[in-house]
Design a protein around this ligand. Structure first.
Ligand SMILES: [Zn+2]
Ligand SMILES: [Zn+2]
Length: 180
């Protein structure tokens, strides 16, 4: 009788041990899988985010999220639908910046010559415009003029930065510092 009890106890102990081991192995595998899964998600995240950003925001009007963007405001560089944009002097503007543009005199602060193979020479103008806007909403307009060089048939473009005339001297100083 007591011998049977011992056998049953040993058998029960064996079963418990095997079950315990199985649970440990199962959990271990699960944790490993989750780890590799989350690593993969992290790797996928940035390009996916970028893709979504261009899909969801870049191609729709800021005022009308259901309408496709038609163009960009030359001052705030936000995207707007056809109804929101107004054209003037070859530029497009959102409503408030159209008013701002036509109610001021503008002066050329900088003009940089670029060619199709060296567009990067004009980058300082784009960077300075962005800095002025991000810093305190200082309005500027970038104007590009194309010229065909008859001597060698090459296309030259002049990227110009226009600023409000009354702010020209102050912004000229800031631009000198920016270029250094
Ligand atoms: Zn605008
Ligand atoms: Zn709109």
């Amino acid at each position: 009788m007591s011998e049977n009890v011992v056998i049953i106890l040993v058998a029960a102990l064996l079963i418990v041990t095997v079950l315990f081991a199985a649970v440990i192995i199962y959990l271990f595998n699960k944790v490993l899988k989750e780890k590799s899964h989350s690593r993969q998600e992290q790797e996928d995240a940035p390009p996916l985010k970028k893709y979504r950003a261009t899909q969801d925001h870049a191609s729709y009007c800021v005022n009308h999220p259901q309408d496709h963007a038609h163009g960009m405001c030359a001052i705030c560089q936000e995207l707007f639908c056809e109804d929101c944009l107004k054209e003037h002097d070859g530029h497009t503007f959102c409503a408030p910046h159209f008013k701002l543009f036509i109610s001021h005199e503008w002066e050329e602060l900088e003009s940089i010559k670029t060619t199709p193979t060296t567009p990067e020479t004009a980058y300082p103008i784009y960077d300075f415009k962005k800095e002025l806007w991000d810093d305190g909403g200082e309005p500027t307009v970038i104007s590009t003029h194309y010229k065909i060089n008859i001597d060698d048939d090459s296309i030259e473009s002049y990227v110009k930065l226009l600023v409000i005339k009354d702010e020209f001297e102050e912004l000229k100083g800031r631009y000198q510092k920016f270029k250094q």
